[in-house]
Design a protein around this ligand. Structure first.
Ligand code: NAD
Length: 374
């Protein structure tokens, strides 16, 4: 898996107490990495980080990404082989309430990581995570490509576009002849077990179903590129592995191998077309596995949220041989199974995480995906 790139390697991971960060920490530990986490205390109760018992398995540091000295000190001390930067204020609606906090965390937090990476004098592959929402959304029917204009209507989306601009500027200004290689990763709306955030549709569904209440759906007709959390994480891991060993990347059709500068760039990791579904369709699929009902709670005065977003994954496919794996129905089934099983037995979370990562790896191997075969 992943060309064995992470075995006995040191990884600095920001945002390890969050939803995607906890899954990534779990997967990295299973791949044999020595993981150093940097984040705030888990923000939800329950929190996946606690359910998986990660505090006892990695170097767990509570610190603030808005503090440049703390970030520099931590990365300088850890001397990582790999960096995954996920710490962020990731919620669109909260960004309307807290625009300055969102910018301080997402833009300056990313700049602090970039500055700390400048100080490293050793090879390191860094993947900095932004989002599909960093594109100027024109409600196009086709998927956004990595060189389409950045933008964003709301403070969250625009903060991630600004983070992308910072990454590109730092890379061109400071990392051309530097042992640290930097890529950015843009993924779509992620679902999966263990997300307990407010204002996200799957956790909202589960909370309502557990209370036997109807699910209130704000935006039933909004289309999103839904994907299981393991999909973008496989992309982040494989991108980092290829950045650290470019020869591991699949050979190109023109005969050459992928080079450093092609890899040290931005990548989309989105789902297949069939997973571009409306919120209403997602809720209906959830209800197949956990019966209940939903109500249209569209609010004409609600803050603006994008209506249609799709990502082109041609670049990740061409340069990394990466592609999404689980269909819409499989990802929803696995996600609801997680909440049902952990509701029945909260201690089942670590076993369940290992099982779902194992299923995903086995499916990738059967499908012959480069990261699984290598
Ligand atoms: N969940 C999605 O659908 C989705 C989609 C696209 C991109 N993303 C991106 O993926 C990343 C992870 O998202 P998530 O869904 O796991 O979010 P999350 O809210 O579950 O986790 C956020 C993490 O960032 C940390 N954090 C927040 N502010 C911090 C600060 N000031 N200092 C240090 N740490 C701080 C939190 O402690 C937590 O560990 C984010 O960068 C997000 O923008 C998420």
């Amino acid at each position: 898996m992943f060309a064995e790139a992470f075995r006995n390697k040191t990884v600095w991971l920001s945002g390890h107490t969050g939803f995607k960060g906890a899954w990534l920490a779990q997967w990295l530990l299973e791949l044999g990495a020595n993981v150093h986490g940097f984040a705030l205390e888990p923000a939800t109760k329950p929190a996946l980080f606690n359910q998986l018992g990660l505090a006892g398995q990695l170097h767990h540091r509570i610190a603030d990404i808005r503090d440049p000295a703390a970030v520099r000190k931590s990365i300088g001390k850890v001397q990582p082989d790999f960096v995954f930067h996920l710490a962020a204020q990731p919620l669109v609606r909260r960004s309307y309430a807290q625009p300055l906090e969102t910018y301080a965390t997402n833009v300056m937090g990313t700049a602090h990581v970039l500055e700390a990476l400048r100080g490293l004098k050793k090879p390191c592959a860094a993947v900095l995570v932004t989002t599909d929402k960093c594109y100027e959304n024109r409600e196009w029917l086709h998927g956004y490509r990595e060189d389409d204009p950045l933008g964003g209507h709301d403070p969250y989306s625009s903060s991630k576009a600004a983070a992308e601009i910072a990454i590109s500027a730092w890379r061109r200004s400071f990392f051309k002849k530097h042992p640290v290689k930097i890529a950015s990763a843009r993924a779509g709306n992620v679902i999966g077990g263990g997300d307990c955030a407010k204002d996200r549709i799957v956790p909202d569904c589960i909370r309502a179903l557990q209370k036997k209440q109807p699910i209130a759906v704000r935006n039933p007709n909004a289309t999103r590129p839904w994907q299981h959390v393991l999909e973008p994480l496989s992309g982040y891991l494989w991108l980092a592995a290829c950045l650290s060993q470019p020869l591991a990347a699949p050979k190109q059709s023109k005969g050459g191998s992928t080079n450093d500068s092609q890899l040290a760039s931005a990548f989309n990791f989105g789902p297949t077309h069939e997973a571009n579904r409306t919120v209403g369709e997602l809720v209906t699929e959830v209800l197949k596995h956990w019966p209940g009902r939903w109500e249209d709670k569209s609010d004409p005065h609600a803050v603006h949220e994008a209506g249609l977003l799709q990502l082109s994954t041609d670049k990740a496919h061409a340069l990394l041989g990466w592609q999404p794996l689980w269909s819409f129905s499989v990802m929803v089934e696995r996600t609801v199974a997680w909440y049902r099983e952990t509701a029945a037995d909260p201690r089942s979370a670590p076993v369940l995480a290992t099982r779902q990562i194992g299923q995903y790896q086995a499916d990738a191997l059967r499908a012959g995906l480069s990261w699984a075969v290598k």
